[in-house]
Design a protein around this ligand. Sequence first.
Ligand code: URA
Length: 433
Amino acid sequence: MRMYDIIEKKRDGHPLTEEEIRFFVEGYTDGSIPDYQASALCMAIYFRGMNDQEISILTDAMAHSGDMLDLSRFGTLSADKHSTGGVGDKTSLIVMPIIAALGAKVAKMTGRGLGHTGGTVDKLESIPGYDVTLDGQTFMQQVEDIGISLIGQSGNMTPADKKLYALRDVTATVDSIPLITSSIMCKKLAAGAHNIVLDVKVGSGAFMKTVEDARELATKMTTIGRLCGRNIAAVLTNMNQPLGHNIGNALEVQEAVEVLNGGGPDDMKQVCLALASALASMVFQIPHDEAVQRAEEALVSGAAFQKMVEWIGRQGGDVRYLKDTSLFPKCSCVYEVKATESGYIQSMDAEQIGLCSVLLGAGRATKEESIDPAAGIILNKKIGAPVNKGDVLCTLYTNREAVIPTAEQQYIQAVRIGAEAPEEEPLIYDIIR
Ligand code: URA
């Protein structure tokens, strides 16, 4: 088999066979197929597309290109969640203990933040003592015993995707539905869970800027997940502004604790309940309404918070910080950003606000940078809120005093104030099962 013939076939708009797709994935992973041929094939896929059969084979081949997590011992009870990435997105810290409190098995590998979006590993590491590096046996035993463990990604998972994503990034082939679908879904297949909920974010802070694009991607990902033998649901959620009020690692843990204790911002709670109930419905094979009721019950009864305390404590985290969040370290500089005009908040550029939190120290612009767990932003006003000149729009928390003028400017530019109250946007656009 020759890579040249595979490129030519796709260039001319023909579907590839299973053998051809696997030949490409294996050859590109082991280095026998060079970058220039892989780039040419990505560009041909970009223009010609792939049918569902081809995408599911590509996804499966990429999932099997490295280590696979075997969760078969948990039968159909294993549950996972994936977010396409947003700002202030601490949903995993809430959804996973809810679903574990209901009896699902959560063995989740999770990532660090990069660019304007945060990562769950960084958030968990802001809890003193929490160990994100459990060995495989300890990780599995914890899930057997208490139903939940979250650790950082380790081992050699989906090397085909690592290489291909980096190549797509520099060859203008990222935004291709077959390539995005296979890239996201191969990682979820390798992570092993039988039931997966996808939080597909839509808006200014998201990878997908329009509901139409997000729906197309979500529909494709659920179809491919199903063809690959998993139960999948996708929830399309609004990311035209940060989720909740807190951005930054320890600040987001504090907000997650508030929600698990029955408080917290309403948008945060609604998105978490939508994700948790979509998962519960699949794991326990129950109707949607019953799943919503059970998820709410886990929150209201305190069972989900108790599960979080059990989980964090078992992984070495100091649970006193969960019981009294005032113990989290504070930043040396706390600065209020004030409105420069009166009116209503019309829109917020969530990506710019995410980048502002990076500047304050809450995230990293490159993989090598370290983060400040205490840094971040608390939003005082969100879209639709009336504001008077001089009102506090947000509070910046940082240990880098010198960045405050730039961060303030960036925040003010990201928030548009106008005379009319804007139309309310949906928080959840759709649920695709
Ligand atoms: N996220 C991924 O993991 N892969 C893509 O291709 C796009 C977004």
